[in-house]
Design a protein around this ligand. Structure first.
Ligand code: PLP
Length: 458
């Protein structure tokens, strides 16, 4: 498995990294013992590390480089905007042209009446913004007790205090005494992990929707502000819900006057074969958060879209006491506009829906025949392989996570980057991936799976 490099230059970077750099979501001991992988370049779907190795990035960075690496058009637009106006804020009734134009483009792209955009820099900030705006909305509607958010186990909504409280990861909650008060979690529509043997995936999804109804009943609808969900749970293990789930959730939210929030940070910008996951699953959201694919990760930017009637209520309440120095940063906004223009020009979303998406899903299904894989699932260009001890009983490995991490490492050594979440191996390649590159990905993952079986003696 990958260890500290033999190449002197790489070793120098690794030594400096060990000395000074604190990494997110990494055990510092593993950095100390084995060194980091230093990435120095990229083109299309491939990265180049400091040893000169080319590696297929089947994760599009962190689910974000939708257009692929090395697009000079984005670099040119960023440079031109830096020349013209590198920064100005959107506070105090100011605006910049890219921020205005991006708000218009997002209103045009998004489904329904999500006609107003608030900008921030990351998915976490977008979700924090939603928590504050939703609570403000209910205050202004004279229903100040409606404050609680309901979310799901294995949801990922970010790392800030509120976003991590929305998330459904016990390990994250352990750091910083989370969740904060006012955040509740229910089961997700995840048959492989939560379904009983007697249930079909649709049965489990119906039970997961019922869990929402029961939670609202338990808390009292007068205390529940919103339900938040990723159209497809992403970092929690790529869990596409059966078709009966979202319509039922939507009905329950409407009947109880609970706002419906879609976290499109991963599913936005073509990942599921439509511009937004809400379109793939027919969700009529009151708020949407988006980030990542909006600029293909070239610069940080995120947005909260809200329905016109929601904005109308917020706009009657005086100053919106919320914002970030870089809300609507003109360079990030200009890059996002160009990214969306290129995606449209190249028909990338339709390509995911009609061509590479189905091809990738078929490739995943072939990997499901591997003895370590209990289930392959996905939608569009996001997918997961559930690694299990016994494929007939869905028995998981103990302790959870070691097999997934071993597979991640073996895949890297085979030349493909995947993401392991527990023992679920996820992929989410750039939307620009070709069929040949999907074949390359599949072969390398197969090698990674084989080596995992060999080295762990499974
Ligand atoms: C669905 C979802 N929401 C929010 C976030 C947080 O985004 P960020 O890391 O930009 O804060 C992520 C990050 O992976 C995500 O997957």
């Amino acid at each position: 498995m990958t260890t500290t490099s033999d190449t002197p230059r790489t070793r120098d970077w690794q030594d400096l990294d060990r000395r000074h750099h604190v990494h997110p979501f990494v055990d510092p001991q593993s950095v100390k013992e084995r060194g980091t992988r230093v990435i120095v370049g990229a083109d299309g779907c491939h990265l180049v590390d400091a040893d000169g190795r080319r590696i297929l990035d089947a994760m599009a960075g962190l689910w974000c480089v939708n257009l692929g690496y090395g697009r000079r058009e984005l670099a040119r637009v960023a440079a031109a905007q830096m020349d013209e106006l590198p920064y100005y804020n959107t506070f105090f009734r100011s605006a910049t042209v890219p921020a205005i134009e991006l708000a218009r483009v997002l209103a045009e792209l998004s489904p329904g009446t999500l006609g107003h955009a608030f900008f921030s820099n990351s998915g976490s900030e977008a979700n924090d913004t939603i928590v504050r705006l939703v609570r403000r909305y209910w205050d202004l509607k004279d229903r100040p007790t409606k404050k609680t958010f309901i979310s799901r186990i294995y949801a990922y909504h970010g790392s800030t205090m509120a976003a991590a409280s929305l998330g459904g990861f016990a390990k994250m909650h352990e750091m910083g005494d989370l969740p904060l008060p006012g955040f509740e979690h229910i089961m997700p529509p995840y048959w492989y992990a939560f379904g009983t043997d007697a249930e079909t995936p649709a049965d489990t999804a119906a039970r997961a929707a019922r869990a929402l109804e029961e939670k609202i009943e338990e808390l009292g609808a007068e205390n529940v502000a919103a339900f938040i969900g990723e159209p497809v749970i992403g970092a929690g293990g790529v869990v596409p819900p059966p078709p009966n789930y979202w319509p039922e959730v939507q009905r329950i939210c409407r009947e109880n006057d609970v706002l419906l929030v879609c976290d499109e940070v991963i599913t936005g910008f073509g990942r599921t074969g439509e511009w937004f996951g809400a379109q793939t699953f027919g969700i009529d959201a009151d708020f949407m958060s988006m980030a990542k694919g909006m600029s293909s990760g070239y610069l940080p930017i995120s947005a909260v879209l809200m329905k016109d009637e929601v904005f109308h209520v917020l706009s009657e309440g005086g100053v919106i006491q919320h914002g970030y120095t870089y809300s609507g940063h003109p360079v990030s906004a200009a890059v996002a506009i160009e990214n969306i223009r290129l995606m449209r020009q190249e028909g990338l979303v339709e390509r995911v829906r009609d061509d590479v998406g189905p091809y990738y899903q078929a490739a995943l299904q072939r990997l499901a025949e591997h003895p370590l894989v209990g289930e392959a699932r996905g939608v569009g260009l996001m997918g997961a392989l559930e690694l299990v001890k016994d494929t007939s009983t869905r028995e998981l490995f103990e302790p959870m996570g070691e097999v997934g991490m071993a597979c991640h490492e073996h895949c890297y050594d085979a030349g493909v980057i995947v993401r392991a979440m527990r023992d679920v191996v996820c992929t989410s390649p750039p939307l620009s991936i070709t069929r040949d590159e999907i074949d390359e990905m599949t072969e390398k993952i197969r090698i990674g799976l084989d080596r995992t079986v060999e080295t762990l003696g499974l």
